[in-house]
Design a binder for this molecule. Structure first.
Ligand code: DX5
Ligand code: ZN
Length: 216
């Protein structure tokens, strides 16, 4: 399968958000990654429902919403209504993950689980058959522009084995410090979806940078 690219809006120019979304619409990107932070689960705030709703009105590509928040259950329906097509919660924030995933699917969205860098992949063994995607954080969540954590490559390889055994349809998405170099290595390790913020929006020509990441 050809891999997918999901530009992370966190690194976009918020003064021209509509134009940034239109650039993604024109580009070879597959999804639009939206990072939701609550200042509790991660030490930063980003944006919430009203922005996602506005992005959804302009976007022609699926909105891939990454919830870095505690108590995500109470926001599942609101994000579905705001236009999210993929909703990913953190393993570390969900004591009743099976129920949370079922709820996301009932709302008509694809369901994902994200692992912080220190959380091992084997903890997904039981939930994997119910997932559409697993998001591997290759930096500590909360900020864009951080350095890629090298051990993420082995983690992706281990997850690939587990997924091939438990649910081959499930996608592996990787987020944090992804650029053309780390992206290439992640592809080789078995990643299906590459999320990138600063490497794309910080480029002189973001559309060309997306094309480069897509054509690795
Ligand atoms: C970090 C976010 C990422 C972030 C990636 O907590 O989940 O999606 O935007 O940014 P870069 O690609 O700059 O590491
Ligand atoms: Zn993210």
């Amino acid at each position: 399968m050809k891999h997918m690219v999901a530009p992370s809006l966190l690194a976009a120019d918020f003064n021209h958000l509509g134009a940034e979304v239109e650039m993604i619409n024109r580009s070879e990107a597959d999804w639009i990654h939206c990072d939701i932070m609550d200042g509790v689960f991660v030490p930063n705030l980003s944006f919430g429902l009203p922005i996602v709703e506005h992005v959804a009105r302009v976007a022609t590509k699926p909105l891939d919403v990454h919830l870095m928040i505690v108590h995500p259950d109470q926001y599942i329906q609101p994000f579905a209504r705001a236009g999210a097509s993929h909703l990913t919660v953190h393993w570390e924030a969900c004591p009743h993950l099976h129920r949370t995933i079922a709820h996301i699917r009932e709302e008509g969205m694809k369901a994902g689980v994200c692992l912080n860098p220190h959380t091992p992949v084997h903890l997904l063994e039981e939930i994997l058959p119910d997932l559409d995607l697993v998001l591997i954080m290759s930096v500590n969540p909360g900020f864009g522009g951080q350095t890629f954590i090298e051990t993420s490559l082995d983690k992706v390889k281990r997850l690939r084995e587990l997924i091939d055994r438990r649910n081959p349809e499930c996608l592996i998405e990787v987020d944090g410090g992804v650029n053309a170099v780390t992206g290439q290595r992640l592809r080789a390790a078995g990643a299906d979806v590459l999320v990138a913020g600063s490497a794309l929006f910080g480029a002189t020509d973001p559309e060309a940078a997306i094309r480069q990441l897509k054509n690795l």
